[in-house]
Ligand binder design. Sequence first.
Ligand code: RRO
Length: 308
Amino acid sequence: MIDLSVRIKNLKFETPFLNASGVWCTTENEIDEILKSEAGGVVFKTMTLEKRVGNPEPRLYVTDDFSINSMGLPNLGVDYYCQIASKLKKYQKPLIASFAGFKEKEFYILAEKIDNTDFDGLEVNLSCPNLEGKGIFAYDLDLSFKILKNLKKITKKVIGVKLPPYNDRETIKKIAEKFLQLKIDFVTLINSYPLGAFIDTKNERLVIKPNQGIGGLGGRVLKPISLAQVILFHKFSQGKIDIIGVGGVETGDDVYQYILAGAKLVGVGTRLLKGPKIFSNLKKQLEKIFREKKINKIEDKLGQLKDY
Ligand code: RRO
């Protein structure tokens, strides 16, 4: 019998597939569709204290190879999501609240609100690349560690952090060691690569409008970058912090690569733009790989890359 279920602390996911926050998870209807699919749970669109319309369009460009977005955090606001969480509880799948503040204090107010609801876990988004005139929190390690230390005092729920890509091993090592100390339960690796641009040669202009036409890069091209982050984080955290791998997941083979790299679950972003049907395809394809390789459960292969 193949068992694709995994756990992060006390949360059980019947399959290791999630949406990447941002895709198909802004309205109650979208979240409902994810929960009705073969996804093991859902991560909500990153919520802010107030609702937001986001950046001007065009703000998303998608090809088979990549996506570029500068959505600018459009969402319906924390109160809306807290309210619908109680309705969506009926699916008995983990509901994860992704949230972000513009200032340090807002992270604490958001966490307090979310802590008193039916959400099962929190994903602190320290890596949104698209806020005009603002940097990425996660590139300020001292501030990020301070925020997380304080959030741990506020919430008793399962807590994870969504990180951007880093370009050196030392930073990943430092973060992994600190997260072990802070008892962070999971990390989501990675958000979109922060600086992506593409030019439409016919019209001689960039394909998106906000932020000088530069936005977060996702999709197939991200997978090698993301896999390296997962491998290094898994190594430096000694496999003690669960990882949700995100970046270029399209097939069961991609999922299997993330499992070997050390990710217990995967998040699907760019490919989910075509709809939640991808989750049943991923399930069939991963089960086929498990059958052929005679694997019974994900834990047996987690981080099990062979040496040369
Ligand atoms: O809404 C966005 O522009 C956005 C967010 Br919050 C994020 O975390 N990652 C991304 O690629 N876009």
